[in-house]
Design a protein around this ligand. Structure first.
Ligand SMILES: [Fe+2]
Length: 404
């Protein structure tokens, strides 16, 4: 076997994939990460793969290994794994890391793919001599790319889990396996960020045990993800559209706008030790939102849905709430937002449109048993239907929007 030839062919394929990358700019979400430390030092997968920022033609696949390695994804259609790709950054192939993110691009819409992830350990990395160890390969999973011609979309929303990993499975089970396109995590999955193990144990493990190797989740921060000594590494474990916690995307008849509402108290509050600047960050997002509401994707959408953690109304008068109200609400009204879904208050409720906010605000429940909720939304050309289920299965909120 001619290893050189197959290696060249392999690199040729991935180079083409790299050139067509949909995400040329990777700046806002710094990819700083922690190091993995555990008593069990065997070389292995720490998490199964989890799917991020799916579109009709792309998906990002992430996973974590116990040691640093070089990683790639093998994938294909019709039962094949005949394509493979890695990730390149500024001429260097990503390697010598234990958190892996590979972007699959140039995919076919509405198509089922098989994939598996592979990691080859780097046992010794000298400037001019590198030593590889064993290669580990995951089991084979499937995903289906989003349909660019979809007439409908369905999604689930969870919020305010607050370091209770046992909540994910029973809340997701309330959906009774009804088809969904993605799950949205609307902030406060944690109380505060401590280390990598917390992200693995309290989020990535329960999500991959339930759905995340086959279906994507989208995620924005709540105020609690901004707290703790590991908050500045949090972004390195996820891939949001545009590599930011605030972003937009369209799927089916819905255009989604996701905002990162930041902390709830003033930036100079003693709790933050002079190390936060959320006023500036919210102003940056308001400038972006002003452009966003004038985009064809936003204006032409059948439904315009905002997902953000802190509600701009009905959540007290803390600074974060009032600043979101002042900056964002005039733009939401001007842009004719149809629906907003939030968390934060730990008190579920449905708040119809008023003279102040011309859109309904749905607020999901809190972390404690008896107050946790799963929100499901189905939208098609004729109607958008929201249902909020409490953890005992009782429907505690609904909202319906009709379209002719
Ligand atoms: Fe919360």
């Amino acid at each position: 076997m001619n290893n050189n030839n197959s290696r060249r062919k392999f690199l040729g394929n991935v180079a083409l994939a790299g050139l067509a990358s949909l995400w040329p700019v990777e700046k806002a979400m710094a990819r700083a990460r922690g190091t993995h430390t555990t008593a069990d030092d065997t070389y292995r997968f720490i998490t199964p793969p989890y799917l991020q920022r799916m579109t009709p033609r792309s998906v990002s696949i992430m996973w974590i290994t116990s040691r640093n390695c070089y990683s790639w994804v093998e994938y294909g259609t019709n039962g094949q794994l005949d394509q493979h790709t890695h990730h390149e950054t500024a001429g260097l192939i990503d390697a010598n890391d234990h958190v892996h993110r590979i972007d699959l691009v140039n995919l076919q819409p509405n198509t089922t793919y098989q994939y598996r992830v592979c990691s080859k350990e780097i046992t010794d990395f000298h400037p001019y001599k590198l030593q590889y160890g064993a290669t580990i390969t995951s089991e084979t999973y499937t995903f289906k790319t989003f349909d660019d011609k979809a007439q409908s979309v369905s999604w689930l929303m969870l919020n305010d889990i607050h370091d209770r990993p046992a909540s994910f499975a029973p809340l997701l089970a309330l959906n009774n396996n009804a088809p969904q396109d993605f799950v949205f995590l609307n902030g406060d999955m944690f109380d505060f960020q401590t280390d990598e193990q917390q992200i693995i144990d309290h989020l990535l493990t329960p999500l991959t045990q339930t759905f995340a190797s086959q279906q994507p989740f989208f995620y924005t921060r709540g105020n609690h993800e901004t707290r703790g000594k590991f908050a500045r590494q949090h972004a390195g474990y996820f891939a949001c559209p545009g590599d930011r916690y605030y972003f937009s995307f369209t799927q089916g008849p819905v255009h989604f706008v996701v905002l990162d509402t930041g902390e709830d108290k003033l930036d100079d509050h003693v709790e933050y030790s002079g190390l936060v600047a959320f006023d500036n960050y919210r102003i940056e997002q308001a400038r972006w939102l002003e452009q966003e509401i004038n985009t064809p994707a936003f204006r032409k959408a059948k439904y315009r849905v905002v997902l953000m953690h802190i509600p701009p109304f009905n959540s007290g008068d803390a600074h974060g709430t009032l600043h979101c109200r002042e900056l964002f609400n005039p733009l939401f009204n001007k842009g004719k937002v149809d629906l907003m879904i939030c968390g934060h208050t730990h008190k579920y409720g449905v708040w119809p449109p008023t003279d102040e906010h011309h859109y309904p605000i749905i607020i999901g429940g809190g972390p404690k048993e008896g107050n946790r909720t799963l929100i499901r939304v189905n939208a098609n050309g004729h109607s958008l239907d929201l249902s909020m289920l409490r953890d005992d299965g009782v429907e505690v909120g609904t909202y319906n929007i009709q379209r002719s």
